[in-house]
Write a protein that binds this ligand. Sequence first.
Ligand SMILES: [Zn+2]
Length: 173
Amino acid sequence: MRIGYGWDSHEFKSGIPLKIGGVTLPHNKGLGGHSDGDILLHATTDALLGAIAAPDIGSLFPPSDLQWKGADSVIFLQEALDRIRAAGYTIANVDSTLILAKPKIGPHAAAIRARIAELLEIPEDAIGLKAKTPEGMGTDNAAIAHVIVLLEKRHKLKQGSSRPGKKAAEKRK
Ligand SMILES: [Zn+2]
């Protein structure tokens, strides 16, 4: 098993859509910075990459590279998924915490969990999502995400009909 942890933050800016967990939320500001500013997908990507000791999101997709400006963060998550699968792992579960003053995440939590489940191809009950307000932190103009993932080694698929049981039975003939 492997554990992975990711963290991300972006600043609120006017005139851009707010995307969290691959879902566009109704709000008068969005998150600026890298790509579409999706803190939850960025932190999840880093958690997956970290679990297999792969380079982080900023190394694989440098914010200075203009091709990632405004990009859909699903691209980054997909790369991380491909890498953990190539390393022989599947996701056991994900837990996450969002820290932001506004908007309230509660009304959108089900939609965000459903989208993350779809993207990671795991059941919704394997995805934890909590939201907190940044009391006393002075970060009201930022949104922060913490994500932790647990990976399990994938069971080796039995190839064709050469199951050990069958082979052993054939040998006995
Ligand atoms: Zn980010």
